[in-house]
Design a protein around this ligand. Structure first.
Ligand code: SAM
Length: 237
């Protein structure tokens, strides 16, 4: 069945995540991620969010806009299963889905108006910077939180790795905290998720990886099952 229901972005999301690599695979895993969403015309009206300040969390429906060109897949290989097993797209939270729509519960930290734009401060998101937001709804615990729900292959939060910094990387992170509060914690929480592709995890891996956070490139590698942050430098993104 086809129907006509034109969807347009109601807001744009601004996050520390400048590229897909390194973004946590679900919200709530990286609490030190701070960002905001800004309403877009013709929805940019403070009345459109009247009452929302009573909620601690909101649902964001959004477009996986950076993946739309690649279309959808009937089956996908969830990283949880080491990338070796296929599951139906509708049995996963894969980004390669018909209509390319994502959904995340994020922390709502504050509501303000900046330069005429309504701005919602958010935290613990899993969205790329610049993501178009299709809808915003309050998170309602009595209905949305289901005790004893079965979590399938994703019942528990993923295992995390310890993160260590070289002295110079730690100094660089602390120096940048005047611009980006909690940057050190953000790096620890992001890299602790071990963003590497699943097939890399089981093998010896000497590669140096790079994650872009804000306007910084974070360079790191895995040594003895620990993440070592080797350098932090101005980013290319
Ligand atoms: N929580 C959402 C859901 O369940 O629909 C998203 C889950 S999806 C597995 C999370 C991943 O989507 C992130 O790790 C990132 O790689 C990717 N992602 C986030 N924003 C995106 C965007 N705007 N376009 C394409 N991929 C995006």
């Amino acid at each position: 069945m086809t129907f006509t229901n034109q969807v347009q972005a109601v807001a744009i999301c601004h996050t520390p995540y400048k590229q897909k690599f390194g973004i946590p695979r679900q919200p709530g895993l990286v609490k030190a991620a701070h960002g905001y969403i800004e309403l877009q015309a013709p929805f940019n009206h403070i009345d459109a969010v009247r009452g929302l300040e009573q909620y601690s969390h909101i649902w964001l429906l959004f477009s996986f806009h950076e993946n739309l060109a690649q279309g959808w897949k009937t089956t996908v290989r969830p990283p949880r299963l080491g990338g070796n097993e296929k599951l139906g797209v509708f049995a996963t939270r894969s980004t390669f889905r018909p209509n390319g729509i994502g959904q995340s519960v994020v922390e709502l930290r504050d509501i303000s108006q900046v330069n005429g734009k309504v701005r919602l401060g958010i935290g613990a998101m899993d969205l790329l910077d610049g993501t178009p937001i299709l809808d915003i709804k309050p998170y309602i615990p009595f209905s949305d939180a289901i005790a004893n729900a079965q979590g399938g292959i994703a019942h528990e939060a993923p295992h995390t790795l310890a993160v260590r910094f070289t002295d110079s990387a730690k100094s660089a992170a602390l120096a940048a905290e005047s611009r980006y509060p909690q940057l050190l914690m953000l790096i620890e929480q992001v890299l602790g998720q071990d963003p590497r592709p699943a097939y890399k995890r089981a093998k010896q891996d000497d590669k140096q990886y790079q994650v872009a956070l804000y306007d910084l490139d974070i360079l790191w590698r895995v040594i003895d099952e620990q993440i070592i942050v080797e350098a932090i430098r101005p980013g290319q993104c």
